[in-house]
Design a protein around this ligand. Sequence first.
Ligand code: SF4
Ligand code: SF4
Length: 73
Amino acid sequence: MAVERIDTDRCIGCELCFKTCYADVYRMDREKKKAVVKYPEECVLCCWCIALCPVDAIVFTETKTVPPMTSWG
Ligand code: SF4
Ligand code: SF4
């Protein structure tokens, strides 16, 4: 599973996903007031953005995979 795109018909531009994602996946389109999945390859599948989005606008796929997180310790 991985975050794939934003359903722009649903997104209300609240910025919760953008402010919450510590993996820097999102950017805000300030003109359209919508979130954009800018760096999907950075997603570590914590699912915070999906849980917080108030309108279920975050589209994710169950087939796409990402490399596992690497510990630097
Ligand atoms: S699942 Fe986690 S890492 Fe992936 S985009 Fe959402 S908040 Fe960022
Ligand atoms: S949390 Fe949902 S509604 Fe808010 S900006 Fe992100 S995708 Fe849009």
